[in-house]
Ligand binder design. Sequence first.
Ligand SMILES: C[S@@+](CC[C@H](N)C(=O)[O-])C[C@H]1O[C@@H](n2cnc3c(N)ncnc32)[C@H](O)[C@@H]1O
Length: 230
Amino acid sequence: MKFTILTAFPDSFTSYFSSSIIKQAQNKNLVNIELINFRREKGHKIDDYAYGGKTGMVLKIEPIVECLKTNNLLNHSIILLSPSGKPLTQQMARDLAKQEHIVMLCGHYEGIDARIQKYVTHEVSIGDYLLTSGELAAMVILDCVTRLIPGVINQQSLETESFDEYLLDYPVYTRPPSFEGQDVPEIYLSGNHGEIEKFRKQEQERITKERRPDLWKKYLKYKETNTKTE
Ligand SMILES: C[S@@+](CC[C@H](N)C(=O)[O-])C[C@H]1O[C@@H](n2cnc3c(N)ncnc32)[C@H](O)[C@@H]1O
């Protein structure tokens, strides 16, 4: 799968993309990451004042569209990173993981000239908070999509993760069995795998119900209809 990221700050990606699972995915040729700087050279003007007046600059449309055209990217899925976009979910990540090539546009300052909408296929937000620019959002999407690509991580670890069937994950423990008065739940030391599975599911349900009533509702509906909504 290929990711192309259009950004004015390509350096901000280097350390993340050259470590751990994302690095391994590239080494195994499962993922190809291309970073394109739409500020072609130092001094190239990529921002301007907002029509109507507003504190803060707006990214100009011409350098970005020119970049999409000269790199033949217009016929791919193009994601605009934006706080006004559709909120990113695990289901969205699963759908994106089926694509062959995803292009992401990183905004900065007050965002990109709104006429960019005509060129994008998706507008995605990574949550209800404001980042200074789209680079972190692009990394988040690339990360959660990449780990779903077959071969990137052990398929079994994907089977019972948070958000699978709308449930949060159960708490995990490793050695030592006791630490400063806190013990690992006894069931984990019993060797009874059937009971451990049952306990884990109960924990998933308890935690989701307590912390995320929105997911809990979706889970109950999913259990009833066996159909995933989003
Ligand atoms: C400072 S923000 C622009 C804020 C915009 N004026 C507003 O109030 O909605 C600059 C850029 O950061 C990125 N960004 C900020 N928050 C984001 C979020 N929650 N999800 C995705 N991208 C985000 C977008 O690319 C955006 O164009």
